[in-house]
Design a protein around this ligand. Structure first.
Ligand code: AP5
Ligand code: MG
Length: 217
């Protein structure tokens, strides 16, 4: 399976991509995670990326295509991938088509998770992430108190730097201005499937898997 999961910040892309990748036996490729790994290196590039992420802006298309080319060339992507958070601009969508053409493949489908802005604000306002294994939680699940730990690896969970309310609003604005118009690229190719992202993670997962199955024949 070669599938792109799209949607606004907080739509549930990461939550669902992890599950879908496990189901299909392919890697979960999150460009946000790749960038946060770059930040951890502490290099000059890492410091510049950290600033861009912290203010909620997009990293340049040139850097993104280099990052993606390197990641999709790794052997684990040979049988497919669940791509989360890429593309976000028209140029990135065209770059992805070109990368896949070189690899002799195409996307099976692109799934767009749709949720209202007030749901995004609630989801991101309460998100906690594990800095070690990247597991994602919500305070509705694990409680608000300090000292909550990751259920998988026991590390103390943290709040992402870009989950402050003003930055969330900036990310939503950038999504509307730069990413939403790009969706036409996939509409024109007949590959865009819209999915209602409201409801429980299980309900959204069921909608995603049945649409992906239909798209895959
Ligand atoms: P990225 O890490 O991709 O962030 P994002 O797009 O803003 O999306 P999020 O990760 O915040 O949300 P999500 O949709 O994954 O939701 P999640 O599953 O965590 O990118 C970060 C930054 O990197 C960007 O701002 C940009 O600067 C840069 N970047 C990345 N890719 C780039 C690119 N291609 N080009 C340029 N720059 C790029 O869920 C959120 C919360 O809701 C969690 O707490 C979760 O537990 C909860 N939740 C999920 N589903 C449900 C549900 N059904 N019901 C209740 N709660 C739920
Ligand atoms: Mg995510």
């Amino acid at each position: 399976m070669r599938v792109v999961i799209m949607g606004a910040p907080g739509a549930g892309k990461g939550t669902q991509s992890v599950r879908l990748a496990r189901t299909w036996g392919v890697p979960h490729v999150s460009t946000g995670e790749l960038l946060r790994e770059t930040v951890k290196l502490g290099s000059d590039l890492g410091r510049r990326v950290k600033e861009t992420l912290a203010c909620g802006r997009l990293v340049s298309d040139e850097m993104m295509v280099d990052l993606l080319r390197e990641r999709l060339a790794r052997p684990d992507c040979r049988s497919g991938f669940v791509l989360d958070g890429y593309p976000r601009t028209q140029r990135q969508a065209e770059d992805l088509d070109a990368l896949l053409a070189v690899m002799g493949s195409t996307l099976d489908c692109t799934l767009l998770i749709e949720v209202p802005d007030d749901t995004v604000l609630h989801r991101l306002g309460g998100r906690r992430t594990c800095p070690s294994c990247q597991a994602v939680y919500h305070v509705d699940q694990i409680g608000k108190r300090d000292g909550a730990v990751c259920e998988r690896c026991g590390t103390a969970v943290t709040i992402r730097d870009d989950d402050e309310e003003s930055t969330i609003r900036r990310r939503l604005q950038i999504y509307d201005e730069q990413t939403r118009p790009m969706l036409d690229h996939y509409r024109r190719q007949g590959k865009l499937k819209n999915v209602d992202g409201r409801g429980t993670p299980d309900e959204v997962y069921d909608r995603l898997t049945s649409l992906a199955q239909m798209a895959n024949g």
